[in-house]
Design a protein around this ligand. Sequence first.
Ligand code: FES
Length: 131
Amino acid sequence: MFFYSTEVLEHFKNPKNVGTIPDANGIGVIGDPDCGDSLQLYIKVENDRLVDVKYLIKGCPAAIAVASALSVLVKGKTLFEAQEITDDDVVKALGGLPEIKLHCSNLGANALYLAIKDYFDRKGRTIKIKG
Ligand code: FES
């Protein structure tokens, strides 16, 4: 038996920034092969800043809360600041996750790194991403 924090339950019941960005200039898609959950993260970058972040997710309550919290954390940040966001930052923003659900946090930051890489790829620039 495990319990979710108030923050996880709030993000799960009222997820923020759900949807797509039709003119996104970076998209990160990632799945967890063990559980089959997946996350598509859309970013709109202007002047090196993430002016919009949205996502579509198929996942457990923890994964939904992770995607929602991540979107809130990174929206408005510069690309440099966004690249510094880690799984731990997202877990902290959620007031923690039960040990058995910690792996669900991997989807969030990794999708973000892939979206940022996609942004740079579209510009013909190569960057090394975390993950
Ligand atoms: Fe798949 Fe949570 S069980 S991400």
